[in-house]
Write a protein of this length. Structure first.
Length: 453
């Protein structure tokens, strides 16, 4: 994960560097032009004196021969830097310190100065308001551009630009440092939950229960962490259920196997005789083992999604009445049609009736009610037993769970009946639940979607 963090940090640093670099170049260029324009506009140059002196030279000589000496004199007197150009933009003469530079005039007030005297090639484009030079007839024949200069040879513009450059360098250095710090913090914030997820996945891969990943915010990584925590919680519950089921299966198998072993060893040792009663007892233990194995197989098929349903359209009330027979009182609404697997439906009803019979005292009644409930059909099986404590209503559908642990197996149950009922009902698209009032019996109800007409 450190490698990912460094890659992310390098990418963000590169982006920041490019952005700040381009901004610095653009800001420097604009600032230079603005400084030149400001200084030139504010320069207290005596343009009228310059124009008058150059006009006098033109009228005295009839041309521009020897004008360099006039330009140098005017430059020293003002002081200023001068560029003399024809009306067509051709440069005629310039001040002494500009004669090593390439100078071009574009338009009426745009001057480009290119110089390499102090290092790399540098090009400066400025706008300078010119002054026209008139001939004897009063016609404009040339333009003169004046820019400020000082005695030390370094222009005021250059000094101001250097000061601006220093400020820009300091500003962009601070901005770069702040950007780097923020980049490091952001990259750390992004990669930390990914690192935590990686550690948790590695823990899960080793078979241990991972520590829940901290969730901050609502972004994609936070949603990923939330989903992982939910998955890890489900896996932990599944592992706990598997361990508990393994222990329960071992316990359920151990008791009948121990009984079989003790009885058979007693017969082998001649301590008891293999009479009909003892053989019948051994046969009951074998049948119990067979039921336990068959119920486990049913649940395993249901969990794997391999439990097939051969559905057919049937009258639910008639099917339930036929299955129940004389075991309970049945009342059913007419014309409740469902698509169901009759064999599995019989298995559900037999498990519910068997469970109700075990808890109904002598003289008690079992009642079965088939009714409509919106788009569903409901089947309720009620008994007159002692009822189910409120805290056990949800748990009675768990595997091997018994409300009365002491006498559950003595009554012949495997502890899997209601778990099988729930899985079969859910495969039919329904649900099952239990209701009870202490001392007044319990009612187990399940639903099946009604068939569409």
């Amino acid at each position: 994960m450190t490698r990912l963090r460094w890659k992310l940090l390098a990418a963000m640093v590169a982006l920041v560097a490019v952005t700040i670099g381009l901004s610095a170049v653009f800001a420097r260029r604009v600032t230079h032009d603005q400084v030149h324009r400001l200084l030139i506009t504010r320069a207290p140059l005596r343009f009228d004196d310059v124009a008058r002196a150059l006009g006098d030279h033109l009228r005295a000589t009839g041309g521009w021969s020897g004008v360099d000496a006039v330009i140098d004199r005017l430059t020293d007197e003002l002081p200023s830097r001068l560029i003399l150009a024809s009306m067509d933009g051709d440069v005629i003469a310039v001040s002494r310190d500009l004669r090593t530079a390439e100078i071009s005039v574009g338009g009426e007030d745009r001057v480009t100065i290119t110089t390499t005297a102090r290092g790399p090639r540098e090009q400066l484009r400025i706008e300078v308001p010119p002054t026209r030079i008139l001939d004897a007839a009063g016609n404009p024949v040339a333009r003169v551009y004046a820019m400020p200069a000082d005695d030390a040879g370094e222009t005021t513009a250059e000094r101001e630009i250097a000061a601006v450059d220093r400020r820009l360098i300091l500003l962009f250095a601070i901005a770069t440092l702040v950007a780097l710090i923020l980049t490091a913090v952001i990259s750390r914030r992004i990669t930390r939950p990914i690192e935590q997820l990686t550690v948790a996945v590695q823990q899960m891969g080793r078979g241990s229960v991972p520590v829940p990943v901290r969730v901050d915010g609502r972004d994609e990584i936070a949603r990923l962490a939330t989903s992982f925590n939910a998955m890890a919680d489900a896996v932990a519950k599944e592992q706990a259920l598997r361990r508990r089921m393994t222990g329960d299966v071992a316990h359920e198998l151990r008791t009948p196997l121990t009984n079989l072993r003790c009885e058979l060893e007693a017969i082998q040792d001649g301590l008891v005789s293999p009479d009909a009663a003892r053989v019948g007892s051994l046969h009951e233990e074998v049948l119990h083992l067979q039921r336990l194995v068959e119920d486990l197989q049913e649940l395993a098929l249901a969990d794997a999604g391999a439990l097939r349903l051969d559905k057919e359209r049937v009258d639910l009330g008639a099917v339930v009445a036929r299955i129940v027979g004389a075991q309970a009182d049945v009342t059913a609404d007419d014309g409740i049609v469902v698509d169901a697997d009759v064999t599995r439906l019989r298995q559900v009803m037999q498990n519910l009736l068997s469970n109700a019979l075990k808890h109904t005292p002598a003289g008690g009644r079992i009642r079965v009610r088939v009714a409509r409930d919106g788009c569903d059909a409901t089947v309720a099986v009620a008994d007159d037993g002692p009822g189910i404590p409120a805290g056990d209503l949800e748990r009675v559908f768990e595997r091997f769970y018994r409300v009365d642990q002491a006498r559950g197996r003595d009554r012949g149950g495997t502890g899997l009946g209601l778990a099988i009922v729930r899985r079969i009902v859910e495969l039919h698209g329904g649900r099952v639940w239990a209701d009870s009032v202490a001392g007044r019996g319990a009612t187990v109800t399940f639903t099946i979607p009604r068939a569409s007409s």
